[in-house]
Design a protein around this ligand. Structure first.
Ligand code: ZN
Length: 222
């Protein structure tokens, strides 16, 4: 827990403001369809508490084992480098990116959806926002050419690239800024491609950018 908390402090900025963690739901057509959801006509955003953040650096990550299926969702994560001002472009605002996993309690989420309740219980639990180390952002156009992927136990389960997003980075950024505010350090999980599935106890995860590992972990369900 100590190292986990120390790492989290990196995300609390001077002045005591914590970063916001925004996530985009259903941002890849095939993923929306695989869960039987309608393809959205405007971005669908939710957020996670900062307690959800956990860096993937080869260690065990403990996730809930008593609340039904936990699903993995591999995603590109961008970090906002300065306060948003109207008209700013993605390449001005984003200096670094990571890959991440939006862990989701899928059975809990299905029940919440049926009741029309918020998703927080299914999406906001501790360590539900796993994230790799950061890399310099090479710009939107260059990033569109590169595929990211998730391996579990050495077998690829998800692969995607941001050119396949329903709502591109600029649209997502403008949407977040308009409706919630967007400032230095804020993180945006930009949605997952098709191939999501249930996590099993002991699974070894590895997120890759252009085939190169960016972060890994082993899952412990408890
Ligand atoms: Zn997601």
């Amino acid at each position: 827990m100590v190292s986990e908390n120390r790492w989290l402090k990196l995300y609390v900025l001077e002045g005591g403001r914590s970063v916001n963690i925004y996530c985009v739901g259903r941002n890849y057509r095939l993923h929306a369809e695989e869960l039987g959801n309608e393809v959205p006509t405007e971005p669908m955003l939710f957020s996670k508490p900062t307690h959800a953040l956990i860096e993937m650096k080869g260690q065990e990550i403990v996730l809930p084992g008593d609340r039904g299926e936990v699903h993995y969702e591999a995603e590109l994560v961008i970090q906002i480098a300065q306060p948003y001002k109207k008209g700013m472009k993605v390449d001005e605002l984003v200096e670094r990116f990571a890959l991440g996993i939006d862990f989701t309690l899928r059975d809990v989420q299905s029940k919440l959806k049926k009741k029309g309740h918020p998703w927080l219980l299914a999406k906001g639990f501790p360590r539900s926002a796993a994230i790799t180390s950061f890399q310099p952002f090479q710009g939107v156009e260059a990033s569109k050419q590169v595929e990211f992927s998730l391996d579990i136990n050495g077998k690829e389960v998800q692969r995607g690239k941001i050119s396949e997003m329903l709502f591109d980075l600029e649209t997502i950024i403008q949407f977040c800024a308009k409706h919630f505010g967007l400032g230095t350090g804020d993180l945006i999980y930009t949605g997952t491609p098709a191939g999501v599935g249930a996590v099993n106890d002991g699974d070894a995860f590895c997120l890759r950018w252009d085939g190169k590992p960016m972060g890994d972990c082993v899952i412990r369900l408890a």
